[in-house]
Design a protein around this ligand. Sequence first.
Ligand SMILES: C[S@@+](CC[C@H](N)C(=O)[O-])C[C@H]1O[C@@H](n2cnc3c(N)ncnc32)[C@H](O)[C@@H]1O
Length: 265
Amino acid sequence: MVEDPRKSMMAQDAFAPIANHYDAIMAHVDYARWLHITTTLGEMLPPGFRHLDAGCGTGVLVKRLAIYGWHSVGLDFSEAMLRVARNRYTLPRLVRGDFRALPFNERFLMITCLFDSLNFLLEEAHFAQAMQSFYDALQPGGLFYFDIVTERMIASHFENTSWTENHGRFRSAWVSTYARQIQTCETRVRINSGDESITYERVYPLSFIQDAVQQAGFSVLAMRDAATWRPPRKNAARIDFVAVKGDADMYRQAFKMADKTIKRG
Ligand SMILES: C[S@@+](CC[C@H](N)C(=O)[O-])C[C@H]1O[C@@H](n2cnc3c(N)ncnc32)[C@H](O)[C@@H]1O
């Protein structure tokens, strides 16, 4: 029997063929927004806290946070992405590991997991395991800021489409296919004539995510449409979550200020 290719995504390090070009391919991405939200949320916590960026990829966020004096740890499953991060940045601690079984003895007061990283978990049980693992890796009162993309995002940009992009020194060719019945999107990316990167992302109903967050023990402090930072409506393409290990009420007052600061941009 041929193994389901989606299951070998991690075994074969699906990001390896694009890792060296990842930052150039993602040059249009608004990392400043994630940085703004992360640092604003961080202001609700005592100074000097431990932070984990899970799914850190090439380390763009941890590098920028280091400029703000954060001592972040970056974790990713892809050795190729971590290699790029290690070659570029000497400051942050970078660790290989899986969301579903985080390899830490220490605990963190804040965890981020951004840019659809959780959508790469293809089974509901894996999503639930990851939530539990993040919960366990946080100190009591810890904050978990993550985002997910919705079916709206996939349907608008990635449903059965192909395109090429010119990045100056190289070209990337993209083929994207969405299987609605399993809510899974396959994305193939080739740099020039190199090997293909084949990744899969699954979209989950909002109600499933809310349940998984709460079943892990978190309480939800905020759920926002990433485009407007308002409560998400049906057309939201990306949703940001801020969850608390403990009673979200402990941050309600502080979050009122943070909420305004984030909305102002
Ligand atoms: C779209 S990239 C985002 C990377 C980074 N957060 C950024 O903003 O550039 C998703 C990352 O999640 C990582 N990832 C996916 N599933 C993972 C898992 N189960 N455990 C650890 N990392 C995972 C991938 O290796 C990849 O680097």
